[in-house]
Every structure is written in C-alpha cells, then in structure tokens.
Write a protein that binds this ligand. Structure first.
Ligand code: GDP
Ligand code: FO1
Ligand code: CA
Length: 305
C-alpha cells in the first residue's frame, strides 16, 4: 500500500525501515529543522539518519552516522584548532561535502537527497519537508539556542520553554511533498515515533504541508514514549518541561484533533481509555524496535490499524 511517513531521525528511520521491509510503497517526509553548517558544510542530520538506515549503512548503536566509521578528518580538524563538538566521520563527510557543493550550484535539497538515496540503492522516496532553510531554535531560561547547540553541544541538559522554527514563514511544502500527499492511491499518513516537538512539529509547520494532507485518509501515529520514558533523546524531558504528561497520553494530547489513531505500547495499556476519550483509536502492541523483525512487525500492525 502507498503510505507517506512523517519522520525525524532515529525513531522515524526505524519505523520507515520497517514500512519498507513490510513492502509499503513508501514516501518519507523528513524534518530539516536540525540542519546546520559546521565548518561551512550543509549537514542534514535527520535526512542522513533516514538515508543511512534505509540503505543499511547506519550505526544502529549510536543512532546517527555510519557503521564502522573512522575519524581521521576530525583528528586533523582538532590539530588545526577547528571545532570538534560536532563530529563528521570520514565516510559521512562525503555526503556533506557533495550536498553543500550541489546546493551552492543551485540544486534543491529534494533533488540531491533523491539522487543520493537512489545511488545507495534505496527504493523508497525520501523527501525533505521543504527546500528552504528552516532552523529549529530552542527557547531556554537563558535565551534561545540553535538546535545542535542544545542537542549535541549541551547534550539537552537545559530546561526547554518552547521552540521557534526560524525561516518557516519563507518555506513552503515542496511540489514533491504535495504530490505524494495528493496521490489518489495514498492509503494512510503515518506519524513515526519521532520527537513530537522538534521532529514532527517542524514538518507540520511548513506552510501548506498540513493542509495538503487529505482529510479522507487515516492519520496514525506511533507513540515515541513507552512507560513514561523516551527510548532515546529529550522527548520525555520536553513533555515534562512544557507541562504535558510524560506518557503516551501526553503525546496523544499534543496530536489530539489531528490524528485518528495512536499506536501505544502494551506497557501503557492503562492509558488507553483516556487516550480514546480524546477522540482517537488506540492499538496496543509492543512498540520497542530492537531488531529488523521488530521494525517490520510494528510497521505491518500499524498499516493494518
Ligand atoms: P531524532 O531526530 O534522531 O531525535 O529522532 P526522531 O525524532 O525520529 O525520534 C526520536 C524519538 O524516537 C524518541 O523520542 C524516542 O523515544 C523514539 N524512539 C526511538 N526508538 C524507538 C522505538 O524503538 N520505539 C518507539 N516507540 N519509539 C522510539
Ligand atoms: N550527534 C551527536 O550527539 N554528536 C555528534 O557529533 C553528531 C554528529 C553528527 C554528524 C552528522 C549527522 O547527520 C548527525 C550527527 N549527530 C551527532 C546526530 C544529530 O545531529 C542529532 O542526533 C540530531 O540532530 C537529533 O536528531
Ligand atoms: Ca532530529
């Protein structure tokens, strides 16, 4: 079946991989609010993670970058006094150098990403949420931080008060994203278990994107919170700081009025009635994706739901 999945990095890429393994005709719309330019190189972390995951190159334990990576480039950057808090591996570097050069030559991020994905043997379509630059900014008690400063340099160890997607007013849903959503054969939109605030919200904030999602098709999300905890990353801390319940119910409240169904972990069975009371259906299953077969099973169950 034809599906569009909305995804950030690690959680998004895992379910997208499952959907591809399950044989879905898949288009992944990926957050680009994390993008930034260390040393002048255009890094697009969530696209990188989706591309590396779907091509089988990903470092699964780390959650970003390439398996078996080497770090000679960064060692030399360090000797020469360059910035070392954001690490570009020797093989990973190729993607950033070529992306930067092709963007400077006038190609769109959509075209470049599609070409890289095809060259790495990926059958699914991977689309950036838009082609304009959007930068997620994190509001903290001490002022606003660029996303990678918050995430990597400060390891998310600051209180979060909110977010701003700088540049979003000048962005628009790309023709490719609009076409994928307008496909008459589209059977569903799947919101991956990605961070609701800094992976899914930027995608939905792109002007024209939310409106392009057909009202006639089911929208189903998978909760990134299991038993009150994020599997990885700051989603639980953000729910807490922003005053939401740190649970699948908090996630459900954030998406209420928009999604028709939420896939919730069996461990959170006790929340099902409260979530359904928000006006959405609930599927209870094991949502922790450790292996490829976990990814594929969760994808199949989500598609059936
Ligand atoms: P990022 O861009 O790399 O931060 O990745 P995403 O935003 O796509 O995903 C981050 C979210 O994925 C976190 O909130 C995790 O809790 C969630 N996540 C990661 N692995 C799993 C998993 O196996 N199952 C579920 N349900 N959530 C997961
Ligand atoms: N995350 C880190 O924690 N440390 C890094 O040095 C780092 C480098 C990096 C390089 C390329 C890339 O595509 C991603 C990279 N990430 C790194 C991951 C990353 O930026 C974050 O996990 C996300 O932006 C959150 O999705
Ligand atoms: Ca991300």
């Amino acid at each position: 079946s034809k599906v569009v999945a909305l995804a950030g990095g690690v959680g998004g890429a895992k379910l997208a991989h499952g959907l591809a393994l399950a044989g879905a005709d898949l288009t992944v719309v990926v957050n680009t609010g994390d993008d930034f330019r260390p040393m002048g190189l255009h890094v697009s972390p969530d696209i990188d993670t989706v591309v590396y995951t779907l091509s089988g190159l990903a470092n699964r334990a780390q959650g970003w970058g390439i398996e078996g990576e080497t770090w000679s480039f960064m060692e030399q950057v360090s000797r020469l006094g360059g910035p070392t808090w954001f690490n570009l591996g020797d093989r990973d570097l190729a993607m950033h150098v070529l992306r930067t050069q092709r963007l400077a030559a006038g190609e769109t991020l959509t075209a470049i990403t599609g070409d890289f994905a095809a060259r790495l043997g990926i059958a699914s379509r991977i689309l950036p949420m838009c082609d304009e630059a959007v930068a997620t900014m994190v509001r903290t008690p001490d002022g606003e931080l660029p996303f990678q400063d918050y995430f990597v340099r400060l390891r998310c160890a600051v209180t979060v008060e909110g977010f701003r997607f700088a540049g979003i007013d000048n962005a628009r849903a790309s023709d490719e994203v609009v076409a994928a959503l307008a496909d008459p054969d589209l059977s569903a939109v799947i919101v991956c278990p990605s961070n609701p605030f800094v992976s899914v919200d930027p995608i939905l904030s792109v002007p024209g994107l939310r409106a392009a999602i057909p009202k006639s098709r089911p929208i189903v999300a998978v909760s990134p919170i299991i038993a009150g905890q994020a599997v990885k990353g700051p989603a639980a801390a953000m729910l807490r700081d922003l005053g939401f319940d740190v649970s699948a119910l908090g996630v459900a409240r954030h998406y209420a009025g928009w999604i028709g169904g939420l896939v919730v972990d069996t461990r959170d069975e006790a929340l099902a009635a409260s979530i359904e009371a928000l006006g959405m259906k609930v599927l209870l299953t094991d949502t922790l994706m450790k292996t490829d077969s976990d990814r594929e099973r969760l994808a199949r169950e989500t598609l059936a739901f």
